[in-house]
Write a protein that binds this ligand. Structure first.
Ligand SMILES: *Cc1c(COP(=O)(O)O)cnc(C)c1O
Length: 358
């Protein structure tokens, strides 16, 4: 830290993205990316827009917003777009989290904590149930901004729209932010509820379901007044937040919904296959509806497994505080088989070791 950094940031703990090591070619099951490339239409759109990079992008993202509105049965005034959904979350914390603070689950997306700290917002951390589920009642009448990932990360567990609606209706004076980064892999969206509740902000991303993590495109849906607030923050921060290539990539991706829906279905199928195979090997995975599994093995520590897998060229995510667990991104069936093979050789080696020392 330099001597110029403000004191208030001294203890700020920044978000740690999943590692992207360059020392060898890993099977990357650690950052929840899609294993599939963007659709041909997206590649075409990026290529044809590249020749206009000398021009600023449309700060209003008009066409993209219109297409997003059409695709979700809402109007463009209900739509906000951003540089990844992380930016929407950042703007939302800036815009809406005041004196009363922000509430979120004890185990959830790490950025909620970081944004709260960055903007000096008081955190109210609500414990999960022992089975990692979110108890809706513990969010009733909080009178604070509420942020919940649904499906939750890294557990993959979901709340039903009815339960989310209870939380919204029991907090009429607070904004409820539902982060639906993983909704396309098997959960039900709460987006239609925005027509009924002014205190709901739905946050979505093209990163996981639409193979565009590298393009950085997120969007949000809410009552026009809430969207206008986000626009105000955006125009006070970075009016050209979504670059030209990404805007056109997004527009093209929305034309290829069939392709992305099929990919998400395939990922969900591979998830169920991988889950079954992990259970056969003694793992205890949660009932994830996302593009990852969250699992522990009763006889092996998470760190041992994480390191063993890394040594064998398979990267998974291992978090502080939930040390027994691994979060394993679902890639292709082939990647899952490579993961399972690596796991087998770790488990067998340990067994052999036990036999030889007995
Ligand atoms: C990946 C993720 C995001 C952020 O995605 P972007 O790439 O910034 O769109 C937001 N919330 C959750 C829960 C995520 O897992």
């Amino acid at each position: 830290m330099s001597v110029f950094m403000q004191k208030k940031y001294m203890s700020l703990e920044a978000y740690t993205p999943g590692e992207q090591p360059q020392d060898m070619q890993y099977i990357k099951l650690n950052t929840n990316e899609s294993p599939y490339p963007p659709s041909p239409g997206v590649l075409e759109a990026v290529k044809s827009e590249a020749g206009r990079l000398q021009l600023y992008p449309d700060p209003e993202c008009r066409i993209l917003k219109e297409r997003l509105a059409e695709a979700n049965g809402i109007s463009p005034e209900n739509v906000f777009v951003s540089n990844g959904s992380d930016e929407t979350l950042s703007f939302a914390f800036m815009a809406f989290c005041g004196e009363e603070g922000v509430a979120f689950p004890s185990i959830s997306y790490g950025f909620y904590q970081v944004y709260a700290d960055l903007y000096g917002v008081k955190k109210h951390i609500i414990p999960l149930s022992p089975d990692f589920s979110i108890n809706p009642e513990s969010y009733f009448g909080l009178n604070k901004t509420i942020v919940i990932a649904n499906p939750n990360a890294p557990t993959g567990l979901t709340l039903a729209p009815k339960e989310v609606e209870q939380i919204i209706s029991k907090n009429p004076a607070s904004l409820v932010i539902i982060d639906e980064a993983y909704v396309a892999f098997g959960a039900e969206t709460c987006l239609p509820l925005i027509s009924k509740y002014e205190n709901l902000l739905i946050v979505r991303t093209f990163s996981k379901s639409h193979s565009m993590a590298g393009a950085r495109l997120g969007f949000a849906a809410a009552h026009p007044a809430v969207i206008a607030d986000l626009e105000k923050i955006k125009y006070s921060t970075n009016p050209y937040n979504v670059n030209r290539l990404t805007q056109y990539a997004g527009i093209a991706a929305l034309k290829d919904e069939d392709y992305y829906r099929a990919n998400c279905l395939e990922v969900a199928k591979t998830r169920e296959y991988t889950k079954k195979e992990l259970i056969k090997r003694g793992f205890l995975p949660t009932a994830s509806a996302a593009n990852f599994l969250f699992a522990m093995h009763p006889s092996y520590g998470g760190k041992v497994l994480y390191e063993g897998l890394k040594q064998k060229g398979v990267l998974v995510r291992h978090f502080k505080g939930i040390d027994d667990y691994l979060r394993i991104t679902i890639g292709t069936r082939g990647q899952s088989d490579a993961l399972l093979q690596a796991i087998d050789s770790i488990l067998n080696r340990e067994e052999e070791h036990e036999n030889s020392t007995n």
